[in-house]
Design a protein around this ligand. Structure first.
Ligand code: URA
Length: 197
């Protein structure tokens, strides 16, 4: 990936970034998407939630987490007194839907990741909640598993990061919901402390 592209994305303001994403053709997902999914919420939010990639429903509606996993995410947020659109911004690592919801590929993450990184710089969240391994691995530049990353605080460019399971994973692995609940409590406690400072 050209450093030039990374650098030019890093200069964009919010609107410039939005239109750059909307017109992006950097990888082949641009040929199969219905539309890009930039993110949703208040760009001045204290919370940034990062998922993996749009699914079928998100690709249709242009908004992240509006399908089944999104309902669970809304419930997870509700459990810590958060609401979509209120002090929360929701974005994904990939802005385009991978066909058949397959996993993001390395090249796609590499091309798309500068958009998320710029979103973080512009939003300046107090805390990032990374959902699933693609969000966690891309923000923490790691190839560790969620199981080994969850349960403690990490950092991306000075911003605290809490890692938990992706809601789509939790829908299939109910046993891990208790751990996700712990992670949400840790995130809430971490935010409380940050708000006191
Ligand atoms: N899963 C994600 O990671 N992101 C979405 O937007 C929807 C489902």
């Amino acid at each position: 990936l050209g450093q030039g592209r990374r650098d030019s994305i890093a200069q964009l303001d919010w609107q410039g970034l939005q239109s750059c994403v909307a017109n992006c053709q950097a990888c082949s997902l641009s040929r199969t998407r219905t539309q890009t999914v930039f993110g949703v919420g208040d760009p001045a939010a204290e919370w940034l939630i990062v998922g993996e990639a749009p699914g079928a429903e998100e690709d249709k509606r242009g908004e992240p987490f509006v399908g089944q996993a999104g309902q669970l995410l809304d419930n997870m947020l509700g459990a810590i007194q958060l609401k979509r659109g209120q002090n929360v911004y929701i974005a994904n690592v990939l802005k385009c839907r991978p066909p058949q919801n397959r996993d993001p590929q390395g090249e796609e993450v590499q091309q798309c990741d500068p958009f998320l990184k710029r979103q973080v710089e512009l939003i300046k969240p107090k805390l990032i909640l990374a959902l699933g391994k693609f969000a966690a691995q891309s923000l923490l530049n790691s190839d560790a598993t969620i199981g080994s990353m969850r349960g403690r605080q990490h950092e991306y460019n000075g911003v605290p990061v809490i890692v938990t399971y992706h809601p789509a994973y939790l829908l299939r692995n109910l046993m891990d919901k208790a751990k996700a609940w712990e992670d949400l409590c840790l995130a809430r406690a971490t935010m409380r402390k940050l708000q006191e400072d």
